[in-house]
Design a protein around this ligand. Structure first.
Ligand SMILES: Nc1ncnc2c1ncn2[C@@H]1O[C@H](COP(=O)(O)OP(=O)(O)OP(=O)(O)O)[C@@H](O)[C@H]1O
Length: 398
């Protein structure tokens, strides 16, 4: 499948230069990894891992088994030598299992990127702007104390997604797998007091589609539901009209071929309800803000002068922004809400074709600038004074 192709490509292109910066974008669905200066990640690896369950003998030696990812995990599933426990090390924008992440990074760097020495690696780590600085301390321990990398720069995905468009000020609306965020960025810095977020995104949409399809549990792999969602679901322009009206799609457009060759015909509710949850969370009894509400709330928390600049550059990104109809719906709802002080002609949306990987691409651009050296925390700085490890992370994290 796609991932196998990516891994093959990574192997073919593995002339790795120690001066290169390795850009890693941590996501709940996939971790994207590649080399700065390149236009897309070389490796896109599922964030789901599998940890071999300990046998009695292993427990006696007290050795924690390595968590497997990517092809290693696929291979272990085929060989069935041991039972595997599924691991979800990244949830809601946060790493929740640092041991598993160390295993994922080590596997990706050594086996997929084929770096000679992890100790010579310079990393740019991208994560959610919602994560506090303290959280990075734990990640730094894994990177410097366990993996002994050479230098690390932490950056948030919103600033980098914006940077990927060539701008440094704008409103970044990012809808990925586990999180939808709305974050104003001013001259490269995310403005924390104005953030808004919800946990309604791609993962929840897949769950809703599953419920709507009413296919008996265990009959289809989760990846098939995800694929049906990505190909068949659209964002409605007007939910109740589109769900109740006649479908204008051809039979071919309504049909999805299941792995066993049978054809699934998608009805209007199955097509529009999963994505509707981010525009109207109350349809599933959720009291989160909708995307347009988050945008308005975020804008209102910013100074009026700054609001105008943000309206001029609204960047839509993340995997769940790829649904057909996403931009027209946001545009329609936002225009209904804006106050008279804002000239509608001054509202501008940016929706690049690369938007699934915008944060990684922004990281790739930043990593190829000479400023990386000044911004990154080096191993020496980190190790210089054990008491000041926390302060160097605070000083050099944005
Ligand atoms: N073409 C597509 N159409 C609609 N949804 C898509 C498409 N491609 C990917 N997705 C969905 O986007 C989500 C993954 O997006 P993304 O890679 O931005 O998330 P992530 O960074 O891994 O997770 P998070 O943002 O929660 O940290 C998944 O739910 C996936 O099903």
């Amino acid at each position: 499948m796609d991932k196998q192709k990516e891994n093959k490509r990574a192997k073919m292109e593995s002339e790795f230069d120690v001066k290169d910066i390795i850009v890693i974008d941590n996501g709940a669905d996939t971790v994207k990894i590649g080399i700065s200066g390149e236009d897309k990640p070389r490796i896109i690896i599922d964030s789901i891992g599998g940890e071999p369950k300990l046998g009695v003998n292993d427990e006696a030696t007290n050795q924690k088994p390595q968590c497997l990812f990517g092809q290693q995990l696929q291979q272990a599933k085929i060989e069935k030598k041991f039972e595997l426990e599924e691991k979800f090390p990244i949830q809601n924008g946060k790493i929740v299992d640092f041991d598993a992440i160390r295993d994922l990074y080590t596997y990706a760097l050594e086996k997929l990127l084929q770096v000679n020495e992890i100790s010579s690696c310079n990393l740019l780590i991208i994560d959610s702007p919602l994560n506090p600085k303290n959280y990075k301390h734990k990640l730094a321990e894994i990177l410097f104390d366990d993996m002994k990398v050479n230098s690390v720069l932490f950056q948030n995905s919103s600033s980098l997604s914006l940077f990927s468009t060539g701008e440094t000020t704008g409103l970044v609306v990012e809808s990925g797998h586990s999180l939808t965020t709305c974050i104003p960025v001013f001259e490269g810095f995310a403005i924390p007091h104005a953030f808004q977020h919800s946990y309604l995104a791609g993962q929840k949409m897949t769950e809703i589609l599953k419920e709507e399809l009413k296919i008996p549990a265990g009959q289809l792999d989760d990846n098939v539901f995800k694929d049906i969602k990505e190909r068949m679901c659209y964002v409605a322009r007007d939910y109740y009209v589109d769900v109740n009206g006649p479908t204008l799609l051809s039979l071919e457009e309504k049909s999805y071929e299941l792995p066993d060759g049978s054809i699934l015909e998608i009805n209007n509710s199955q097509r529009y309800k999963p994505t509707e949850i981010i525009f109207n969370p109350s349809i599933i009894g959720d009291d989160s803000m909708s995307i347009p509400e988050m945008m308005i709330d975020t804008l209102h928390r910013c100074d009026v002068e700054f609001q105008e600049e943000l309206y001029r550059n609204i960047v839509l990104c993340g995997g769940s922004s790829l649904f057909k109809g996403f931009l027209p719906r946001i545009e329609k709802e936002l225009l209904n809400e804006v106050t008279n002080t804002i000239n509608r002609k001054d509202i501008n949306f940016v929706q690049n074709t690369h938007r699934r990987y915008s944060a990684w691409i922004g990281g790739s651009m930043l990593g190829s600038l000479s400023t990386f050296q000044n911004l990154a925390i080096t191993k020496n700085e980190y190790e210089e004074n054990p008491e000041s490890k926390m302060s160097i992370i605070h000083k050099k994290t944005f």
